[in-house]
Design a protein around this ligand. Structure first.
Ligand code: ATP
Length: 424
C-alpha cells in the first residue's frame, strides 16, 4: 500500500520530503537573514512591501483589531506565492502551482461593479506522485472544496497552473481539455444526492463512456460496467438496479466505480466517507486503499476528520483561509506539527485511550475564522494565534522548512510540538 511505501521509503526516494529538506538546507546555509525566495526564485517577503493605502490595510482585515497603518506585505498574488520552491524530483501525476481562485463581489443590478473578492484559494502549490495520497484538512470555509472544484474543472482559476502528467489544464481547450480531464476524476461526498435516482446503476457507471466514446466500444460497455461493479465489491448482476435499492456504503461504491470508468490516474475524494456510518466508513476507506494498490491510483483526499486522513494519507496539506500553512510527510506532521493552527487542530482530535487523555493539552482557538473577502494582512492565522507578534501582520510567512523539522510550515515562529494521539 502506498502509505506504507511512503513511510518506509528512504529520504532520497521521497522527493517531497527531500525537496523540503533541500530548501531547508539552503535556507540554513544562507543564514537566517538571507532573503527567502519564492517559487519563481525571486525575493519574497522583504521586497514585497506596499503602502498602507492597500485596500486590505485600510479596511482592516481583522475584526476588532485596528487596521495596520504601517507598511504591510500585500496578500500574495499569483506572481507572489507564499511557498518555497517545490523541487520534487520524482514523477508527479499532478502539479499545482500558485493556484488562485477569487470570487468577485459585485454591486449593482444593471451595471455590475466589482467591489471586492472572496479569496477562496490564494496561491496554492501541491504535488501528487503516482500511488500517493495527499490529505487536505482544514476548518469549514478554508477553501478545500474550491480547490477540488478547480482541479476537476468545475471552476476556472483566477490564475495559476494545474498540470496533469505535465499538461497544463488551464491552457487546454475543447477536445484536448476533455481528453486530459479523463485522467482526473472525482468521488463526491454524498452518495445519496450525487447519483441520479432515475438512472440504473449500469447507466450511471457507463455514462462517462457516452462522453469519452473512444474508451470502450459500445458493444463492450455493459461488460465493462459489470467489471467495474465487481472491482468495487458489488454484485455485477445488480447492473439494472436503481440507487435507492442500495445502502449508503454501496452507493458510495457505485460513485467510486463511476469515477474509475475512464481509468484515471488521480481521484479527488471530497469528504468521501463523512456522510456514512463509522463502520461503513472503514469499509470504503479499505476499498480505496485496495484500489490504490491494484491500480496505482493517486488520491487527493479532502476531509474534516483528521483521524481518517491520518489513516490514509502519505502527505498532508493543512489549509487556512485559502492557503496551505503546513505541508509534508503526514506522519511527521501528525507527530510533531510546527504551525500553531495545525497544533490546535490536532489537539482537538479525541484521544481514544482514557489514560492518555490527561496527558493532552487542548488548544482552544479563540475568535472566528476571518472572512476570506477581507483576510488579515501578513499571516492570515495571526488574529487567532497565541504566538502572533508585529512581524506576523507585516510579513506573509513563506511555506518553507523551519529549524528542527523536515516538513514545511508557514509560520514565523514555527516550533515542534509533540501531540498525544493514542491509538490511531
Ligand atoms: N461560488 C462562490 N462564490 C462566492 N464565494 C464562494 C463560492 N464558493 C465558495 N465560496 C467561498 O469561498 C470560501 C471557501 O469555500 P469552500 O467551500 O471551498 O470551503 P471548504 O473548506 O470546502 O468548506 P466546507 O468544508 O464547509 O465545504 C468560503 O468563504 C465560501 O463562502
Amino acid at each position: 500500500m502506498s502509505k506504507k511505501s511512503a513511510k518506509d521509503t528512504p529520504r532520497e526516494e521521497n522527493p517531497s520530503v527531500d525537496a523540503a529538506v533541500a530548501s531547508d538546507d539552503a535556507g540554513r546555509a544562507e543564514g537566517p537573514d538571507a532573503p527567502k525566495t519564492d517559487a519563481s526564485g525571486t525575493k519574497a517577503t522583504s521586497d514585497a512591501k506596499v503602502d498602507a493605502t492597500d485596500e486590505k490595510a485600510t479596511t482592516g482585515g481583522d475584526a476588532g483589531k485596528p487596521a495596520a497603518t504601517a507598511k504591510v506585505t500585500e496578500a500574495p498574488r499569483a506572481a507572489e506565492p507564499t511557498t518555497a520552491p517545490v523541487l520534487d524530483k520524482g514523477e508527479n501525476v499532478l502539479e499545482v502551482r500558485d493556484l488562485v481562485k477569487h470570487f468577485p463581489i459585485t454591486q449593482g443590478i444593471v451595471l455590475r461593479r466589482k467591489v471586492g473578492a472572496v479569496q477562496a484559494v490564494d496561491g496554492i502549490n501541491l504535488d501528487l506522485r503516482r500511488g500517493e495520497t495527499l490529505g487536505i484538512v482544514g476548518e469549514s470555509g478554508c477553501g478545500k472544496s474550491t480547490l477540488a472544484k478547480l482541479l476537476i474543472g468545475l471552476e476556472r482559476p483566477t490564475s495559476g497552473t494545474i498540470k496533469v502528467r505535465g499538461q497544463d489544464l488551464t491552457e487546454l481547450r475543447g477536445g484536448d481539455l476533455l481528453a486530459a480531464r479523463r485522467n482526473i476524476q472525482m468521488v463526491f461526498q454524498d452518495p445519496y444526492t450525487s447519483l441520479n435516482p432515475r438512472m440504473t446503476v449500469g447507466d450511471l457507471i457507463g455514462e462517462p463512456f457516452e462522453i469519452h466514446t473512444d474508451v470502450v466500444p459500445r458493444q463492450g460497455r455493459r461488460q465493462r460496467v459489470q467489471e467495474l461493479l465487481e472491482l468495487v465489491g458489488l454484485n455485477p448482476d445488480h447492473i439494472n438496479r436503481y440507487p435507492h435499492q442500495f445502502s449508503g456504503g454501496q452507493r458510495q461504491r457505485i460513485g467510486i466505480a463511476r469515477a474509475l470508468a475512464l481509468e484515471p490516474e488521480v481521484l479527488l475524494c471530497d469528504e468521501p466517507v463523512s456522510a456514512l456510518d463509522v463502520s461503513i466508513q472503514a469499509q470504503v476507506i479499505n476499498l480505496l486503499e485496495k484500489l490504490q494498490d491494484e491500480l496505482g491510483l493517486s488520491y487527493l483526499f479532502i476531509a474534516h476528520d483528521l483521524s481518517v486522513v491520518r489513516h490514509i494519507a502519505d502527505k498532508l496539506g493543512v489549509m487556512y483561509l485559502g492557503r496551505v500553512v503546513e505541508y509534508g510527510n503526514a506522519e511527521e506532521i501528525y507527530e510533531a506539527p510546527t504551525h500553531p493552527y495545525t497544533q490546535a487542530l490536532l489537539s482537538a482530535v479525541p484521544v481514544p485511550d482514557p489514560k492518555l487523555r490527561g496527558m493532552r493539552d487542548e488548544i482552544v482557538l479563540e475568535g472566528d475564522v476571518p472572512s476570506p473577502a477581507n483576510p488579515p494582512s501578513g499571516c492570515r492565522f495571526r488574529t487567532r494565534c497565541w504566538k502572533a507578534e508585529d512581524v506576523c501582520a507585516e510579513e506573509t510567512p513563506l511555506l518553507q522548512v523551519r529549524e528542527n523539522s523536515r516538513h514545511a510550515s508557514a509560520c514565523h515562529f514555527a516550533q515542534k510540538r509533540d501531540v498525544v494521539h493514542g491509538a490511531a
